[in-house]
Design a protein around this ligand. Structure first.
Ligand SMILES: Cc1ncc(COP(=O)(O)O)c(C=O)c1O
Length: 391
């Protein structure tokens, strides 16, 4: 983030945001595709030989997807809707890894018919369902077992997925039953990989390293039984800093993550796969909103903007903090709660925040909202969805 000529700019190429508001109608998500490319290239450089499947739940904007496809990414999807969006955006079925705990018969049938590269299986009944359905369709499904090593990565509980009381993945004690099922359906199931995803917004890696070690042992054991097993998907989850934009600091975090991964798995001689979302796109987007009112009460000052929790739910849902700046630099500052129009007291972007002084009609940027922003937007209160613009 930087002001040039007193105007807030986005990304490494410092693209000005204010001109986008010339005919402002409603809140706008702005994504900087050059910034996305920079992040993708940093990640592929840090993880040589690893196939990157972009977790499109973070941001399924078609232009973002096309950019990542063009750069060489695959797609990690969790629904038929995401499969369709990925295909529309230029990915082929062989570029797609399909995760998710609740795949329906219809979704599995479509995935099998399309010939999706890899289905990450999250339960024994799902494995049985895929085996039976593939058999009746005369197909052989390429499956990876998503394993849950019961490891805490110290993130917000709503985005932790690798603990035994989470619904995700399968306990290691289930492996003998999984092996039996794979053998029962050996004509219709091909075990190609194991997979792991411990959660999101991971900024510390001791738990992650322990998980890799545990699953490496599992991988080596399973490979003795299944010579088709050639892929190790170590998931996504690498976090970003929301309280600053320091590209060097984040690239050094990436380096630590990559070193741990490659030191632990590098000798496996398999296809390494990763499923990052937030790290690739989080900083590359911002949500522009317009100040409607500055409301003063005996307790507080509220800056009421036209974007709300319906557009960006992260502060309400995860108590996430996003930096907020006026698009036009101001010398004076104010302290306020920045809130939306939605009829919930949880509809806030920041509380007791010191920010550049704004007034009715001014625009603000709610920074670092390129991941889990638009993709989690809703129609609550029948407010319109925000616009999206790619730069
Ligand atoms: C299976 C799976 N893979 C990858 C991701 C991407 O996580 P992140 O955006 O934190 O990298 C998620 C996110 O929840 C996920 O559920």
């Amino acid at each position: 983030m930087e002001y040039i000529n007193n105007e807030l700019c986005l990304g490494p190429l410092k693209k000005p945001l204010l001109p986008l508001c010339a005919n402002y109608m409603r809140p706008i998500y702005v994504y900087d595709l050059d910034f996305v490319a920079q992040r993708y290239q940093a990640m592929t450089k840090a993880l040589p030989g690893t196939r990157v499947f972009y977790a499109m739940k973070a941001n399924p904007n078609v232009e973002v997807l096309q950019k990542l496809k063009h750069l060489g990414a695959g797609a990690d999807v969790v629904s038929l809707g995401e499969i369709k969006r990925a295909l529309e955006s230029g990915f082929s079925p062989q570029d797609i890894v399909y995760s998710g705990v609740g795949k329906t018969r219809h979704e599995i049938s479509e995935a099998l018919t399309l010939g999706i590269y890899q289905i990450n299986v999250e339960s024994l009944p799902e494995l049985e369902r895929i085996g039976a359905m593939a058999r009746s369709l005369g197909k052989r499904a390429s499956v990876a077992l998503r394993l849950n090593p019961d490891i805490d990565i110290k993130t917000h509980p709503y985005i932790a997925t690798g603990l035994k009381d989470n619904k995700f993945g399968m306990e290691l004690s289930l492996i003998p039953d999984l092996v039996k099922c794979l053998q029962t359906y050996s004509d219709s199931l091909e075990l190609v990989g194991i997979s792991l995803h411990l959660g999101s917004q991971m900024l510390e890696f001791s738990g992650y390293q322990e998980a890799l070690k545990r699953l490496k042992t599992v991988y080596v054991d399973l490979q003795k039984k299944f010579d088709t097993l050639t892929r190790f998907d170590f998931g996504g989850g690498l976090g970003i800093f929301y309280d600053r934009l320091d590209v060097e600091l984040e690239e050094s975090l990436l380096k630590d993550y990559a070193n741990i991964t490659l030191e632990t798995l590098g000798d496996l001689q398999c296809e390494l796969q990763t499923e990052p979302g937030r790290w690739l796109v989080g900083h590359c987007g911002t949500l522009i909103a317009q100040v409607q009112y500055v409301k003063k009460t005996s307790a507080k000052t509220f800056v009421i903007v036209d974007a709300g929790m319906n557009h960006l739910i992260r502060p309400s849902l995860y108590e996430a903090e996003h930096l907020i700046f006026p698009l036009k630099k101001t010398m004076e500052v104010m302290k306020a709660d920045i809130v939306g129009p939605i009829c919930e007291s949880s509809d806030f972007f920041a509380k007791e925040r010191t920010l550049g002084k704004v007034q009715e009609g001014d625009f603000v940027a709610i920074m670092d909202s390129g991941a889990y922003g638009y993709s989690m937007a809703s129609l609550y209160n029948l407010q319109e969805l925000p616009l999206e613009i790619c730069l």
